[in-house]
Design a protein around this ligand. Structure first.
Ligand code: ADP
Ligand code: MG
Length: 424
């Protein structure tokens, strides 16, 4: 059997529960008289904590959650304003009422500046201090509510952010898969072109020798190169998905321009269109991976070749800029688009490479969308809408930028600005 003293009565529990749910009032005064009279006034309404000096008040604030504090401004040792400052540092939401006697307006102002919510002149009457404490309690619970709502909101925002991040990752993955297929499709088209040529030659001749054999050997070399390209492309994307970078990030321009000419000559989009690729007068090395660079050029050049069904020209030429590049006068508009100018930061020299066509041009309603993934104005099977979005990504990754300028009926020019190495 339990002895009566160990049994908690219902009223004990109730009282404890009430005490727990009651707000806490801290009274800080170094004079016994006012401290006790405040205790008597408030003992029924709040959990009371009493402190005879600043140090004790701070100690209590470290151990208990306090809603409101009533602090005498003039105390021996730590002054009331100091106590106020420390209380606020420990519990920023605590509301503090200062008790003042002969203080100057300045002292009172300072207390208010430090976050006191009210001040009462001593001696005070009971109803005034009751009202002041009740108002402070209300302020505190409102602030508490706002704070807790804020925390909930922040948690929700965090969750949403995470969700968006997940979606973004999924979207990026989807785009990368599509990009792999798109990019590998280029070399595959070229491979199949070469294989067709080889098949024709083999079909026509009974035995392979001399020129035919040399020609086939040469074509096989191209094929091998393209197969290597395919492998490199898939490696690059897979490593991108693992967030790492592989491959050298420097390349000579004229070699790539030679490759580009070779690739485009056998590309189905070439048709009867005139293609002029001018090597640089003086070769330069770029801060970019070779496969990335050729992807940019291929996408832009193929778009140029596809810019009109009628016979037209595509010109590719470049020049090295030794001064800093200022495109601040160029604005996005019906005829212009500028891409990754913010991300373009490096010391000169810069290679300006222009891919220019005199095709149909880009209409003002189409211009804002051309870099969006999957946006295409081409017939199904002809366009995937991925070329320029891939170019966009590669420009970002290589800190390069682009300015496209187009007039319907006149043609389009893509100016690409690529960071180059200074001459050694
Ligand atoms: N040189 C150009 N001349 C005219 N329109 C172009 C040119 N380059 C791009 N465009 C427009 O931008 C769109 C998107 O290009 P892109 O992303 O390469 O996808 P795709 O070539 O598969 O359509 C094209 O469908 C076309 O409308
Ligand atoms: Mg394209």
């Amino acid at each position: 059997m339990l002895s009566p003293s160990t049994l908690a009565t219902t009223s004990d529990i109730e009282r404890a529960a009430v005490a727990k749910s009651r707000p806490t009032l801290l009274i800080v005064d170094d004079e016994e008289g006012p401290r006790q009279s405040l205790r008597v006034v408030f003992k029924e309404d709040y959990n009371l904590l009493l402190a005879g000096d600043g140090a004790r008040a701070i100690e209590l604030a470290r151990q208990n959650k306090i809603n409101v504090a009533v602090v005498d401004i003039r105390m021996k040792g730590m002054s009331g304003t100091e106590v106020l400052e420390k209380l606020k540092a420990i519990q920023p939401s605590v509301e503090v009422i200062m008790l003042t006697a002969y203080e100057t307006v300045d002292t009172v102002r300072q207390a208010l500046r430090l976050g006191a919510c009210d001040y009462l002149n001593k001696p005070f009457d009971i109803s005034t201090i009751r009202k002041a404490v009740a108002t402070a309690m209300e302020r505190h619970s409102l602030a508490d509510e706002i704070q807790s709502n804020n925390e909930k909101l922040q948690a929700l925002q965090g969750e949403l952010h995470n969700q968006r991040l997940q979606e973004e990752i999924a979207r990026t993955r989807g785009e990368i898969y599509a990009s792999i297929i798109h990019d590998i499709n280029g070399p595959l088209t070229i491979i199949s072109g070469f294989i067709q040529i080889i098949n024709q030659r083999i079909g026509e001749s009974k035995r392979l020798e001399g020129e035919d054999l040399d020609m086939i050997k040469d074509r096989l070399r191209h094929i091998t190169r393209q197969v290597t390209n395919c492998i490199e492309i898939s490696h690059r994307y897979l490593s991108f998905m693992r967030q790492q970078n592989i491959g050298a990030t420097r390349v000579w321009v004229n070699q790539i321009l030679d490759d580009l000419r070779e690739l485009l000559t056998v590309h189905p989009s070439k048709g009867n269109h005139r293609l002029k690729i001018q090597p640089l007068a003086e070769d330069v090395e770029l801060h970019i991976n070779g496969t990335d660079f050729i992807q940019i050029l291929l996408n832009l050049a193929i778009n140029g070749l596809q810019s009109s069904p009628a016979t037209h020209s595509v010109d590719i030429s470049g020049k090295v800029l030794t001064g800093s590049v200022d495109l601040s006068h160029v604005q996005d508009g019906p005829h212009d688009r500028i891409v990754n100018y913010q991300g373009f930061s490096h010391a000169p020299p810069t290679l300006l490479l222009s891919i220019w066509d005199d095709g149909l041009g880009i209409g003002r309603e189409v211009m804002p969308k051309i870099f969006e993934p999957y946006f295409t104005t081409k017939a199904p099977g002809k366009g995937t809408g991925l070329g320029l979005s891939i170019v966009h990504r590669l420009l970002r990754e290589s800190n390069s930028c682009l300015h496209v300028c187009s007039r319907p009926g006149e043609g389009t020019r893509f100016d690409v600005y690529l960071p180059a190495f200074a001459k050694r």
